[in-house]
Design a protein around this ligand. Structure first.
Ligand SMILES: Nc1ncnc2c1ncn2[C@@H]1O[C@H](COP(=O)(O)OP(=O)(O)OP(=O)(O)O)[C@@H](O)[C@H]1O
Length: 314
């Protein structure tokens, strides 16, 4: 494993327990999605791995070394895209990316080529030579991504890289993330976009109040979830919600929207019931889907089952 974190606890000065007995691992060629609510401790974890903050207790082993004892080595091995926007005043994206590549020890010609390739891969070449103060938030974020990965090191850590970025270019970012893993990097991506993560990561760690709430591949997490199908009904305006059927494991109604959890064996029954309601015009439309990682996430990190149901029906 390139990165191994064991029983890591970080308590800040005023007593905030940001990481609480947290353990995880990331291997080369693997993309780990780090999910968790605001304040769950994701950035705190990245900062300690990069040697920027000191753990209260526990161990971090990065490429066989301790980043606390050897922060200079940690910074060489890690590429980190910070959550805050990179300061780009007075420089263009091309200059900023090129400069970072050179600072991280890349050879002039190679860095120049890689900068051009990244700008093209993320479809921002048209702003490559625009001064930083004139760039949109999304292009600034994409530039920061390129700065982090132009000379990536063996562990790439990206803190919310798709924030502010349009849906098409978000996909381009995820393609580059996969490419980094294919090139042998270990990649950790912090994101609030669970749906995107579900499509693109190998494994997920969900943090909740500094602790690991769950970990596994998206497929494993879905398999573990109870009531693994969701029947979503849009009720016809003015029509009362139907009585929840006996086979429903959970039912939520919010306005015209009804969500019913169903075990997968109950799928034919659920479809027949929904078709009957549709034929009698009390249901305008319905859809039966497998549970998504986002629903599992909300169930794990919401404060109650009601929060979970409300999120589903929202
Ligand atoms: N420098 C600091 N001093 C004191 N407390 C801090 C500091 N940095 C973070 N915290 C606290 O530690 C906890 C974890 O914060 P952290 O930024 O790691 O969470 P996060 O999961 O990255 O959140 P977000 O998704 O909002 O970025 C929070 O309660 C936060 O207020």
């Amino acid at each position: 494993m390139l990165l191994r974190v064991d029983n890591l606890t970080k308590i800040y000065g005023r007593g905030a327990r940001a990481n609480d007995d947290l353990s995880l691992q990331v291997g080369e060629g693997e993309v780990l999605g780090l999910l968790g609510h605001n304040g769950a401790g994701k950035t705190t974890l990245l900062n300690q791995v990069a040697g920027l903050a000191r753990p209260t207790s526990g161990t971090i082993v990065l490429d066989g070394r301790d980043p606390v004892a050897d922060p200079a080595y940690a910074r060489r091995v890690c590429a980190l895209q910070l959550q805050a926007q990179a300061p780009l005043t007075g420089v263009t994206p091309r200059q900023a990316i090129d400069m970072l590549g050179r600072i991280r020890g890349g050879r002039r010609q190679r860095v120049r080529e890689r900068t051009g390739q990244l700008l093209a891969a993320l479809d921002i070449t048209e702003w490559a030579d625009t001064p930083g103060e004139k760039l949109s938030g999304g292009v600034r974020r994409l530039t920061a991504f390129c700065m982090a990965v132009v000379e990536p090191g063996r562990l790439v850590m990206l803190d919310e890289p798709t924030n502010d970025v349009d849906p098409v270019r978000r996909r381009l970012i995820w393609q580059q993330v996969r490419q980094l893993a294919a090139d042998g990097c270990a990649v950790v991506v912090v994101t609030h976009n669970v749906t995107e993560a579900e499509r693109s990561v190998d494994r997920v760690v969900v943090l909740d109040h500094g602790r690991v709430a769950t970990t596994g591949t998206p497929v494993e997490l879905r398999r573990r979830a109870s009531g693994d199908l969701r029947l979503e009904l849009t009720l016809t305006p003015g029509v009362a919600a139907p009585e929840p059927p006996s086979w429903a494991t959970r039912t939520t109604v919010r306005g015209q929207h009804m969500v019913i959890s169903v075990a997968s064996a109950g799928a034919p029954q659920a479809i027949a019931w929904a078709q009957h309601l549709h034929a009698s015009e009390s249901v305008a439309q319905f859809v039966l889907n497998p549970i998504s990682l986002e629903e599992i996430y909300v169930g794990l990190t919401g404060t109650s089952e009601e929060d979970h149901d409300a999120a589903l029906a929202a």
